[in-house]
Write a protein that binds this ligand. Structure first.
Ligand code: NAP
Length: 310
């Protein structure tokens, strides 16, 4: 039994782990990927105040090290379900079952799928959701990035230093991403914009060969020859397995109050997984601190004696 079990070791989960462990609580953080979350997929972080321009992987490693030093234990397992047994919670992994007095859900969100023909079949064979992970396979080649937000911009910037040509395909003329980054991309000779275009299909026998684009004004289709396509059209939560305990909104995000508390006593949610306006590293980290403090107060109100870090 632990005082706090945290599901997800991204910035929200690790911030919660740091605060909870420093408050003298015993903490286990579950993450099948070992930790870092979305940070591990970001080449450069430029808007997290106080650290300047850092690599996502460097920031992830620092967050993990700090949470561990404070006393949090990282468990590299996937939590499949959470059950409530009286006052306590069980976390069910593949075979093992773990017990905790409180649970903080910080499982983030996964890349949204386009849902077109070829996307699944050519995954890992030219289709990717992470330029930092897969961009190196496209040196000197022609690639496309689908999307018009900061995520797509970050992918395109990273790829523009590796690929021969980066085609940005966006379904409208308006971009959600920051203007300053858009200006940088527009100034790059190897970045080509295709606005008002949707992707109808991704084609190729063994690997990606062409994207079928549709002009949203005229309805005309065209084939764009690329060897890779990076899909960056936002993220969506993966909360269905937790829906019985964590109330969700219609989009699947966890509904919490200002303190990151859910309707079920002892359960909290932090970071991208919960209903909120702005999903950034800074807001995830703030949520983690809030959720950990709310969990601590919850345990105090019930006069639970902290179980200690061992
Ligand atoms: P986002 O800001 O929600 O942008 C998603 C983009 O994908 C939008 O341009 C949207 O088009 C498009 N899109 C959505 N569904 C689509 C579909 N089915 N087909 C075609 N296009 C579709 O998501 P994000 O760029 O991942 O950013 C999420 C948050 O993280 C934001 O707050 C962002 O500032 C922050 N952020 C992310 C990164 C990163 O690396 N992921 C970096 C910096 C900041 P419409 O505009 O037409 O709706």
């Amino acid at each position: 039994m632990k005082d706090v079990a945290i599901i997800g070791a991204g910035p929200a989960g690790l911030s919660a782990a740091l605060y909870a462990a420093r408050a003298g609580l015993s903490v286990q953080v579950f993450d099948a990927m070992g930790g870092g979350g979305q940070l591990t997929e970001i080449a450069e972080v430029e808007n997290y105040i106080g650290v300047g321009r850092v690599t996502g992987q460097g920031l992830a490693a620092s967050c993990l090290a700090e949470a561990r030093t404070a006393g949090a234990e990282i468990v590299t397992k996937n939590v499949k379900r959470v059950e409530k047994n009286g006052l306590f919670f069980s976390l069910l992994c593949d075979k093992e079952r773990y017990e905790a007095r409180t649970v903080i859900l910080a499982n983030g969100a996964r890349p949204r799928r386009l849902g077109v023909n070829g996307e699944q079949a050519l995954l890992g064979r030219g289709v990717s959701y992470c330029a930092l992970c897969d961009g190196r396979f496209f040196g000197g080649k022609s690639v496309a990035v689908v999307g018009g937000g900061n995520g797509a911009f970050a992918e395109a910037l990273y790829l523009s230093r590796i690929a021969a040509t980066v085609h940005i395909v966006h379904r409208s003329k308006q971009f959600r991403g920051e203007r300053s980054v858009l200006a940088r991309l527009e100034a790059m000779p190897n970045v080509v914009f295709h606005t008002n275009r949707t992707v109808g299909a991704i084609r190729g026998d063994e690997r990606v060969e062409t994207l079928i684009l549709k002009d949203t004004d005229t309805g005309k289709t065209e084939a764009l020859r690329v060897e890779g396509v990076f899909i960056a059209i936002g993220r969506e939560p993966q909360n269905a397995p937790f829906a019985t305990l964590f109330p969700l909104d219609e989009q699947g995000y966890v509904i919490t109050d200002e303190r990151c508390a859910c309707a079920t006593d002892g359960l909290f949610a932090a970071g991208d997984t919960r209903v909120k306006v702005l999903r950034q590293i800074s807001t995830a980290v703030a949520d983690g601190a809030n959720a950990a403090e709310s969990a601590r107060r919850y345990l105090e109100r019930r006069a639970f004696v902290p179980l200690g870090k061992k």
